[in-house]
Design a binder for this molecule. Structure first.
Ligand SMILES: O=C(O)CCC(=O)C(=O)O
Ligand SMILES: [Fe+2]
Length: 359
């Protein structure tokens, strides 16, 4: 939003951290391809790489209800014993269960992530034979997952259509044409549970700084913790929080759409930090991804398929820090340029208080 100084800050780890504003896009207006709203969403992708989507309308509220139901399902799933949750393990990079600590954490080298995650493939739900672990495999649960994936798919396609229109794309060049429902893709619904640092230990916190592999990410969390680095006008600004708003979802432009736009769109640089290190945080992300064999030029100037980009970047996410550092520099951030440190002062990752000896 062409802003270089935060208007609002919040205290975190003993200092004032920016709360960056976001454009708010109205889903109801976008559904009718309202020209002003199309223009606004286009600007958000060209200048920021993210926005908030207001879903408070009769079509959007269905999604908000689906989200409430899904949160209940997630609570039940994450409460199940580890061996049940991990029944199939991580079947494929976009599908299955990942325990805490599988990836790099919020504070880079030496830190590990502080969340467990279950991903359900859209293709498998569509084919009617999803591999989901037994704690959430009854027909009611599967119906719920289908509802959420269906709602997220519709919403992200509406956004995609508006962006094609905004860029003046026609026919086969429209973005929707590389995101067809009947073609294989790594599109997935990802359910995340961030555990308090006291449970995971102080070196397992949050979610590392990255841009998403996807074309568009529709992200739901009512809890603080998400930080973005706005591209700004003169290089990238400091990492700052974004405020969760009732009835809104966050939307991120991911690498695939940035590449498909010929690098016109910004990709959203973000991470998740423990805002309140004592709380459990739940988030839901729908990653709309291009058809596996879609070709684009990546941030290294290579021609790659959407599937290759997905697999290579996923490997970089999960590789130990040493190997991650050897991946092409532009991979984790999709070629987005940064200026300056993430945190102007060193961040003391949350350390659990020492146990008091009984008096
Ligand atoms: O949990 C969140 O709020 C964000 C998760 C995220 O960035 C991701 O899964 O790519
Ligand atoms: Fe992300």
């Amino acid at each position: 939003m062409a802003q270089t100084k935060p208007e609002k800050t919040v205290e975190w780890q003993g200092r004032q951290v920016p709360v960056w504003p976001m454009r708010t896009i109205n889903y109801d207006l976008l559904l009718s391809q309202d020209p002003e709203e199309v223009d606004k969403v286009l600007k958000a992708c060209l200048e920021d790489g993210y926005f908030q989507l207001n879903l408070d309308s009769i079509d959007g509220r269905r999604m908000l209800e689906d989200r409430e139901q899904l949160l209940k399902l997630m609570n039940r799933f994450f409460d199940a014993p580890l061996e049940k949750k991990n029944e199939y393990g991580l079947i494929d990079s976009h599908l299955g269960y990942e325990p805490v600590g599988n990836r790099t954490g919020a504070f880079g080298a030496g830190s590990k992530d502080g969340y467990e995650m279950l991903k359900v493939s859209r293709d498998e739900i569509q084919q009617g034979s999803p591999r989901v672990p037994s704690p959430i495999k009854n027909s009611g649960d599967l119906h719920q997952l289908e509802q959420v994936i269906g709602s997220c798919n519709t919403i992200t396609k509406v956004i995609l259509a508006a962006l094609s229109t905004g860029l003046g794309l026609a026919g086969k060049d429209r973005f929707e044409n590389s995101h067809r429902n009947d073609r294989p893709s790594a599109t997935t619904l990802s359910m995340m549970h961030y555990l308090p640092a006291e449970v995971t230990g102080q070196h397992k916190v949050g979610h590392q700084k990255h841009t998403d592999i996807s074309s568009l990410t529709l992200l739901f969390s009512d809890q603080w913790g998400l930080q973005v680095r706005p591209p700004g006008e003169c290089g990238a600004l400091e990492m700052g929080f974004v405020e969760p708003k009732k009835n809104c979802a966050f939307v991120h432009v991911g690498d695939s759409l940035r590449f498909a736009s010929g690098m016109k769109f910004q990709s959203c640089i973000h991470r998740v930090v423990p805002f309140d290190p004592t709380e459990h945080r739940y988030s839901i992300a729908y990653f709309l991804r291009a058809e596996d064999d879609t070709m684009f030029m990546d941030s290294e100037g290579r021609y790659v398929t959407a599937k290759d980009w997905h697999d290579q970047k996923f490997k970089a996410f999960t590789d130990p820090w040493f190997y991650q550092a050897q991946a092409p520099k532009t991979m984790i951030l999709g070629g987005m340029i940064e200026a300056g440190a993430d945190d102007p002062e060193p961040v003391a990752a949350y350390a659990p208080p020492p146990v008091q000896a009984p008096a």
